[in-house]
Write a protein that binds this ligand. Structure first.
Ligand code: NAP
Length: 247
């Protein structure tokens, strides 16, 4: 199978890191299925990536809505959309100190960042097993490794994603399916736009490279893990964080 015949599914492809990941795969000739929570976002994926490649489909998927997950999964199965490379990227933050955190803030983050990864991965695994080839790349976060005050929900979800990657890598090794996490540090996207100046200043002090990262600095690592040259890497967490956490 060449990369031109491989299909990539990227969740949360409309903005930020997911968009950069989809763009970099599209430029290489892969076929892309990208998701957004809204119909407009799904259309935007097709129009923006459509300038790079003709092999792009944008679909609506909202992990906070069980019906939307079911419709999406049925569509993948019914239309026999084979997924060779799965990038579980969609994610949110709902920051609060644990003592003040509502049950909703906790559950929303666990549902969208962690439970989503289980639902979509399980759906895509059957095809990968049949083809005896697959790549699963989960976007976690440095916060899953180091924690962060005010983000216990987010840290738990991302540690969960890393644990899931390692366990699944062990289950799927014999099927020639690799499973890895990419753990970005602070990257310039809508997610980090929410940070106030004092938070940004404090963060920059922790980063040896003294700047936030860019989405393309993450997407290039994802593309590498999906490629044939990364065929012996599985169960890893690859950190892309400007040195703020050194293992
Ligand atoms: P972003 O710019 O806020 O984009 C988030 C993406 O997730 C959007 O495409 C959004 O879809 C999708 N999404 C949000 N809620 C969803 C839901 N309920 N169901 C399905 N999709 C949903 O975020 P980002 O910075 O690119 O983050 C991408 C991933 O990287 C996340 O998993 C995040 O945790 C991780 N990460 C980011 C950073 C950072 O500094 N930016 C650092 C470490 C890890 P719509 O466009 O339709 O809203």
């Amino acid at each position: 199978m060449t990369k031109e015949t491989r299909n990539v599914l990227v969740t949360g492809a409309n903005r930020g890191i997911g968009r950069a990941i989809s763009e970099s795969f599209a430029k290489e000739g892969y076929s892309i299925i990208g998701t957004s929570t809204t119909a407009e976002g799904a259309k935007r994926i097709m129009s923006t990536l459509g300038n790079i490649s003709s092999k792009v489909v944008g679909l609506q998927l909202d992990f906070s809505n069980p019906e939307s997950i079911e419709v999406f999964i049925n569509k993948l199965v019914d239309e026999q959309k084979r997924v060779d490379i799965l990038v579980n990227n969609a994610g949110i933050t709902r920051d609060n100190l644990t003592l003040r955190m509502s049950k909703k803030e906790w559950l929303d983050v666990i549902d969208i960042n962690l439970n989503s990864v289980f639902h979509i991965t399980k759906t895509c695994l059957k095809g990968m097993i049949k083809n005896r080839w697959g790549r699963i790349i989960n976007i976690s976060s440095v916060i899953g490794s180091v924690g962060n005050s005010g983000q216990s929900n987010y840290a738990a979800s991302k540690s969960g994603v890393d644990g899931f990657s390692r366990a699944l890598a062990q289950e799927m090794g014999s099927r020639n399916i690799t499973v890895n996490s990419v753990a970005p540090g602070f990257i310039e996207t809508d997610m980090t736009q929410k940070l106030v100046d004092s938070q940004k200043k404090a963060i920059l002090k922790m980063i040896p490279l003294q700047r936030l990262g860019t989405s393309s600095e993450v997407s290039e690592v994802v593309k590498f893990l999906a490629s044939d040259v990364a065929s012996y890497i599985t169960g890893e967490i690859i950190h892309v964080n400007g040195g703020m956490f050194m293992k």
